[in-house]
Design a protein around this ligand. Sequence first.
Ligand code: BGC
Length: 759
Amino acid sequence: MILLAGSANSILAQSGAATTGSTSTAAMDKYISSLMAKMTLDEKIGQLNLPSSGDITTGQANSSDIAKKIAEGKVGGLFNIKSVAKIREVQTIAVEKSRLKIPLIFGMDVIHGYETVFPIPLGLSCSWDMQEVERSARIAATEASADGICWTFSPMVDIARDPRWGRIAEGNGEDPYLGSQVAKAMVKGYQQDLSGNTDIMACVKHFALYGAAEAGRDYNTTDMSYTRMFNEYLPPYKAAVDAGVGSIMASFNDVNGIPATANKFLQTDVLRTRWGFKGFDVTDYTGINEMIPHGLGDLQTVSALALKAGIDMDMVGEGFLTTLKKSLQEGKVTMAEIDAACRLVLEAKYKLGLFTDPYKYCDEKRAATEIFTAANRMEARKIASDCFVLLKNQGNVLPLKRTGTIALIGPLADARENMAGTWSVAADNSKSVALLQGLKDVAGGDVRIVYSQGSNLDADTLFEQRAEAFGKTLRQDPRPEADIIRDAVNTAAGADVIVAALGESAEMTGESSSRSNIEIPQTQQDLLKALLKTGKPVVLVLFTGRPLAIKWENDEVPAILDVWFGGTEAGHAIADVLFGDTNPSGKLTTTWPQNVGQIPLYYNHMNTGRPLPEGAWFQKFRSNYLDVSNDPVYPFGYGLSYTHFTYSDLTLSSSLKGNQPLTATVTITNDGAKDGSEVVQLYIRQLVGSITRPVKELKGFQKIALKAGESRKVMFTITPQDLKFYNNELKYDWEPGDFVIMTGGNSRDVLSAKVNWTR
Ligand code: BGC
């Protein structure tokens, strides 16, 4: 690390310094203009440079000579640096050694929690509880800001319909409406009021269409029609912009022939002209340099292209730092372009209040008392238990009884380091609660718990490379598979029920972790078969960062609980649900296919000219497969409860004209024996349009708690605003005609009614 001895003098006395973190535009403009008037070209270009400190590894290349560059005014911000002490030292260099004493911003990937880790974002989205989503971001902001961080590279809102893509774990699933709600809630959670020191600036990413990588292979090309782009992929980014997100990150991928980092259409025409975005635009890690292998030219050329496209800050690659001056001299970029980028970076610092107090986020007392607190962990436990999705529960195997013997078997049963999943770079994952520990803590005295690893994660050699980069988090038993399984079967011999903790390891999900086979690895399937053969009831607790192809498991295993990677308190939260202290209420935000050949499989698809009738398998000259039905294993929006909900009496207000809103009312009855929560979902279909329209589109949802036996009427209001879409001319409007309104507890099982809406 870069350290500098010496006291930390505040720059409060610096002439003309802003006096508050106020965002009053006129005052900010005046302040920044006067500062920029003093800046040299090199200092302006320096503000556009964002090195990684190397404390944490999140990419290939690393930055060098950082302290020297900061003192020379060649750095605008720093990321991957952890602790108040280190951040204070670096900030001291900026505000005491550099000529103009401009403070740095400090970023980090605070994605689903800081040291207190919440479920991976895909899991979090399955709570369908926007207050919980917002609260998780709020806690993350409080902890990160207590540790010196003022900027997070979150929320990640890339729509993804391909579970081969490892980064599907980091987003909110396949739906643009739900994705937009989550985007809004996260931005609100991170940055409500930047004038204090408990909020941090958010950075929505990865702009754009990163989740549509061909074949689900990370960093791969995307090529997409504009109507699909605007209707299905862009809404969550726009929702973040509308919510006031302070910054945005360009994606690595090629979009319709131009990498996003040089894509002026995206970074300026859409983002600034259409959407009015006022924050700054940062590349992803060496995103500019990667345009050399993309095939757009040498570093000078691609750096100029990025600036001209609308990029303001260059992460790690130093293309801006090393080439922009030359490009200006050669007339390849303009001073106005450099000024505009520099101004936006400085504005972010102003909005964060760093010109008033560069050490605003460096409060050692906060760091000691506000991070990884018991209260935050309690919240993480509660939120995690609301994210798990009960996929199957035949014969009410769950909840587990608090008597007898439970055999906990599987490579993920006692795997603390795995619980946080992908992107928990600030956390000490050894402090997470494993399922074995959680079960013991929650079970109570009358339950005996026996444990055996049962299998390795997968064949020895797989994932070695990934483990090299990110650390191996699972024990590898060197014995032959049959011996390990035999031990597990013996362990389970005296048990009343078997809980099999299987699935993916954290290393199998997230960035650069695409899979061409999305099944549970073979060694674990072999174990599961052996456990089922014992004839005892088996509960599959499924750890995963993506929808998996588990048709066989769904056919054979009586109970399946999808627990994603639940974060710091995963073990407790899973045990809370397994024993029924929390009734599961999560619903899937992605479609789970039968096999990889069906991908992409998503609920809001077009009808085609030769649709297959619902419930049918194969018909000649229809849009289907010979060897598998069109159905998923689990549809979007699906998830069970320990109680049961019935939908009845869908009624719509009549005679719809113009802006008059439509109300849809439906009665939900908890006709099971337990209290529980249900996510009531509303879908619409426009039957005839100027372009083809999806067979279903989510347009509303409400999560309601119902006592056993209780009924409630739920009302949705739909306005023409909700019917709007981008037509072939990219005009955003609605079209009158017939609509089907549907409501239900998932996207497949719905009550429906038709309405005609006139202008
Ligand atoms: C990822 C980003 C992340 C960045 C900084 C990149 O590799 O794509 O999501 O924010 O690294 O760590």
